[in-house]
Design a binder for this molecule. Structure first.
Ligand code: AQP
Length: 333
């Protein structure tokens, strides 16, 4: 069955292994099936829900685009664009925001995590960001959305908004309720310093993550210094319970190698930690360093990247504008 795919990544700097394994790698796999219709967005309007330095924002938009391309996304096969160049997204968010309910937004755990204790000082944008995300997805009639596990709740909200709109305006199936595509195993890559915390761009410690722009030495050193416990490597999957750092490193190894956890446990049974870490560092250098190298090469030609975004935005606007106009007609404008 052909799928309409939409997904995005925020240009907030420090793109990392979690963004790659949880999202971008999946984007590339989906693009390989020629029956799929793929649209990938640098979601810069989402980025400004927290303060961004204008100089770095521009750089980060190009860097995220370069990471898409370096990982294997092809502008001839997928639409690649940035959100702020397609004004229909923001217009759609307003229209859908009048359908979404306060109670639904109040349940969003990511807002609670990101706003922290002082939520009175969080931007209104951060609070209503899931509605913009719903607009991003629904304007393209996306059937499937590849995301990391942390975005599952926002996808459920998108489905609720679509269903309520269709019911309020008596137009069954007009807005398509999309399915999340979440990796079954290791859908959340954790910090290298703390196996209970998500690997994240905003973690102040650079040692907590493998950045997609890290060089070989940085990758090797970060894996060497990654937190582990003092117990032996596991004999079977019972041995990894309550060992979050080990689960994470084994998960990263298994994801990169496209193999299941049991195979990884078997491969390293009876070996020592340093041997496992050396192997992990080797495969990360093999898979991530070429991406890092290519990102740096691509960033030398800013015009090339800007042109890809411009062309993609023109294509995206055509689709999104038509849907916004149809939504407005249903509402009665
Ligand atoms: N640690 C992760 N493991 C698996 N998937 C992840 N994603 C993010 N972190 C992990 C997935 O990457 C996609 C793009 O994420 P994003 O840039 O839009 O926003 P984010 O989830 O807010 O990323 P960060 O790194 O966690 O940023 P901060 O530190 O700002 O909160 C999404 O599909 C996401 O699920």
């Amino acid at each position: 069955m052909s799928k309409k795919i939409f997904s995005g990544v925020q240009p907030t700097g420090n793109l990392h292994l979690g963004n790659y394994l949880g999202a971008i790698k999946k984007f590339v796999d989906l693009q390989k099936d020629i029956k799929n219709n793929c649209i990938y967005c640098v979601v810069d309007l989402h980025a400004i829900t927290v303060k961004q330095d204008p100089k770095f924002l521009k750089k980060n938009i190009r860097e995220t685009t370069a990471a898409f391309l370096a990982s294997g996304l092809d502008p001839k096969k997928s639409i690649i664009f940035n959100q702020s160049m397609v004004s229909s997204h923001a217009e759609g968010a307003w229209l859908l925001g009048c359908v979404a309910r306060m109670g639904w937004l109040n349940r969003m755990t990511q807002f609670k995590e990101k706003a922290g204790k002082d939520k009175e000082k969080a931007s209104v944008g951060l609070y209503i960001y899931p509605i913009l995300m719903a607009s991003d997805i629904l304007l393209y009639d996306a059937t499937h959305v590849p995301v990391g596990e942390d975005q599952k709740q926002h996808l459920e909200l998108t489905r609720d908004i679509a269903q309520k709109f269709n019911s309020d305006f008596n137009c069954p199936n007009f807005l398509i309720t999309p399915e999340p595509l979440i990796q079954e195993n290791f859908s959340r890559i954790m910090s290298l310093k703390d196996g209970t915390k998500k690997m994240s761009k905003s973690d102040p410690s650079d040692q907590s993550r493998i950045n997609l722009t890290d060089d070989k030495d940085q990758i090797v050193n970060k894996i060497k210094r990654a937190k582990t416990d003092s117990a032996q490597l596991p004999q079977n999957d019972n041995d990894i319970i309550k060992r979050p750092e080990l689960v994470n490193l084994y998960g990263i190894f298994s994801s990169i190698q496209n193999q299941n956890l049991n195979k990884t446990i078997n491969d390293f049974r009876g070996k020592n930690f340093s041997e496992f870490k050396n192997n992990l560092a080797d495969i990360l250098v093999e898979k991530i360093y070429p991406i890092s190298n290519e990102i740096k090469k691509l960033l030398k030609d800013e015009k090339y990247i800007d042109n890809i975004l411009k062309t993609g935005s023109i294509e995206a606007e055509k689709i999104a504008r038509k849907k916004v106009n149809d939504i407005k007609q249903k509402i009665g404008f």
